[in-house]
Design a protein around this ligand. Structure first.
Ligand SMILES: [Zn+2]
Length: 256
């Protein structure tokens, strides 16, 4: 049943336009165009955007009638709302971002489905927290405490209110995923291959043969000259076949 005042509340609307990768969250007909969205009352811009299906954790800048606003800004109806992603590569520096400093120092935490991507990220030198038994709450808490960007295949995490920085990984193959993340977050100038332990994310450093001789097989000590060791878990690395394979993959990633 429609009472007159309910009808009046429901008839408010604003025009929305989402930019760049935020379009991936929208149905085809709403991508890269301005569209009208109805709402009731005077919702916060955060709630209005969530209702459209775009997780607020993926958003860095909202302009309402050309002025930047924060998530709590209330819509009255009739506005034009432009929404930009966290990793928008266009220069929007003159406008006010939702956060004082974007987390471009690029530390990450990955959800439980992204174990292989975690190893690739570490291989390329990115500080990457990962455990296959962390639940969503734990991932969000660590991300806030340690200022880590959440990489996830699960949109549910990015829709939670507490999340400040996140990226939804679209690809399903690990090698495609690492390429996707490097491109989307513009990370290709930050690669530091072979500086981080694949197992535990600790720093690895060069060590002399004498330091590791008693810990690995004799024929390996004899066959290779350069060794590295993790400062945290003490795992030893050398330029064996595994290293060659990683080199190939890094070349592959850099080519794309
Ligand atoms: Zn380690």
């Amino acid at each position: 049943m429609n009472y007159p005042d309910e009808h009046a509340r429901a008839s408010r609307s604003a025009d929305f336009r989402f930019y760049e990768e935020l379009n991936d969250f929208l149905p085809e007909e709403r991508r890269k165009v301005s569209f009208r969205q109805n709402f009731q009352g005077t919702p916060s811009v955060r709630d209005a955007i969530q209702a459209i299906g775009v997780p607020h954790g993926a958003i860095d800048l909202i302009l309402v009638d050309g002025l930047s606003v924060d998530f709590s800004h209330r819509l009255q109806g009739g506005e034009r709302v432009a929404v930009y992603p966290v990793f928008e590569r266009l220069d929007i520096s003159p406008a006010t971002r939702l956060r004082a400093e974007p987390l471009r120092c690029s530390r990450f935490i990955l959800d439980v489905h992204l174990g292989k991507l975690a190893r690739y990220m570490r291989m390329l030198g990115f500080d990457t927290a990962y455990s296959n038994d962390w639940d969503d709450d734990t991932i969000i808490e660590i991300s806030l405490e340690q200022k880590r960007i959440i990489l996830t295949r699960d949109l549910g995490i990015l829709k939670q209110r507490r999340v400040s920085h996140g990226y939804w990984v679209r690809c399903s193959e690990p090698l495609d995923q690492v390429q996707e993340v490097l491109n989307a977050l513009d990370l290709s100038r930050q690669l530091r291959p072979f500086t981080r332990c694949l197992e535990c994310n600790g720093d690895i450093h060069a060590v002399g043969k004498d330091e590791i001789r008693s810990h690995i097989a004799r024929d390996i000590v004899d066959r290779f000259d350069a060794f590295w060791q993790c400062a945290e878990c003490r795992k030893i690395y050398w330029q064996g076949s595994h290293y060659q394979r990683m080199q190939e993959r890094i070349k592959c990633i850099n080519r794309n």
